[in-house]
Design a binder for this molecule. Structure first.
Ligand code: SF4
Ligand code: SF4
Ligand code: SF4
Length: 362
């Protein structure tokens, strides 16, 4: 089970591509202790009910390090109830409790690094690339770049095996490959890029992106041939799913195996992009205090079990984010059933590059 806890909707940055950006000023809520504990309890109960062998808890925001106190409390509480469930024989002694944090990295210090090291946190760090690339979109509330606040910590992030997440907008596209290479050269061994689909990508933008992906694919292949296990998710996932003849939902979608995203007010959602404390929203799966709304959960199950009509017969549908990822569909079209023409174009282009790469690697 994967539990994502939105500890706060507040953030110390104002990234131009933030999916909260339209409502940034209204997002002031934080998760209280009772909600935090109840969310962890309900996730563990669900994990036990589904006889799963692990619980991953991700601290999320806004910027979760604005609620460092809540992260510490959450970890202690989760460890205590997992120990109790083990003592009572509800879960096996091999049960795995794991923690992660999704962060903009600007508020890290030695104390928090030590804590992450001690608790074996998986760190997902938003870092778009070198300063000139990163600071295009990742701005502070005062509209200055945020790179300088992260730079000094890069070696420690690398030492802890942090995963770098780099977002690509139309303004970043020409320097994408250079940034990926730079991140790898800093020592990041795990990195994924994702596109900010804003409905404005033109054919020319996609041509530029295809060129960058081509360079990334060649670079990744060269690394692998040299024995470097560099994980470049953008390319690796598409190649791997094709090779093992699987589908994205089974390979890496947490929703399929059970995921709960909890908003500051305790409302539960199927994945990260849906999470909001705004009551006028879609796909609420219940509330941590009142339990799951099974009818709402069923809608997600139906989505997961069926192919999209628009994609009937498309060879790449099981590798396509527009088809497989509920979050991508939701944020690009407003519904999980929708298909964004922009994502469709992107996925076809990337699949072709990855298929050609596979032929070269055969
Ligand atoms: S760090 Fe994340 S939450 Fe904060 S403004 Fe940037 S994208 Fe939004
Ligand atoms: S819905 Fe999309 S973002 Fe969420 S876990 Fe599945 S693939 Fe990942
Ligand atoms: S590439 Fe287009 S048609 Fe094919 S699965 Fe994706 S969205 Fe559907």
């Amino acid at each position: 089970m994967n539990l994502v806890l939105c500890l706060t909707e507040q953030c110390n940055l104002r990234c131009t591509y933030c999916y909260y950006k339209e409502s940034q000023a209204d997002r002031k809520t934080v998760m209280d202790d009772a909600t935090l504990e109840q969310a962890i309890k309900i996730a563990l109960d669900r994990t036990i009910f589904f006889r799963q062998s692990y619980l991953n808890i991700t601290f999320f925001g806004g910027e979760p390090l604005l609620r460092r106190d809540a992260i510490y409390k959450g970890v202690e509480f989760a460890k205590a109830i997992v120990d109790d469930a083990m003592d009572k024989g509800k879960i096996s002694k091999n049960f795995k409790l794991q923690f992660a944090v999704n962060t903009n990295a600007t508020l890290f210090d030695d104390e928090f690094f030590d804590f992450c090291e001690r608790e074996k946190f998986r760190i997902y760090l938003s870092l778009d690339g070198p300063e000139h690339h990163h600071d295009i979109a990742r701005r502070t509330v005062n509209n200055t770049g945020s790179f300088k606040a992260i730079e000094k910590h890069i070696p420690r992030f690398v030492k802890l095996g942090a995963v770098a997440l780099s977002t690509v907008t139309r303004a970043h596209v020409s320097t994408l490959f250079e940034s990926v290479k730079w991140l790898h050269e800093q020592g990041f061994q795990s990195l994924t890029t994702s596109v900010d689909f804003d409905g404005k990508w033109s054919g020319e933008d996609f041509d530029k992106l295809a060129l960058q992906y081509q360079k990334m694919a060649d670079y990744w292949r060269e690394c692998r041939e040299k024995g470097d296990k560099f994980f470049l998710g953008t390319i690796h996932d598409k190649v791997k799913i094709r090779l093992i003849n699987s589908r994205y939902r089974l390979y890496s979608c947490h929703v399929y195996n059970g995921a709960i995203g909890v908003a500051t007010n305790g409302n539960m959602f199927p994945c990260t992009r849906f999470i909001t404390s705004n009551p006028n929203t879609h796909y609420v799966q219940g509330n941590v205090f009142t339990g799951f709304d099974e009818a709402a959960c069923d809608k997600i199950r139906v989505f997961l079990d069926n192919d999209k009509k628009e994609c009937e017969g498309c060879d790449i549908r099981y590798r396509c984010c527009a088809h497989e990822c509920a979050c991508t569909s939701y944020y690009t079209t407003g519904t999980i059933e929708g298909v964004s023409p922009e994502v469709c174009t992107h996925e076809r282009m990337l699949a072709e590059i990855c298929d050609t790469l596979l032929e070269k690697m055969a």
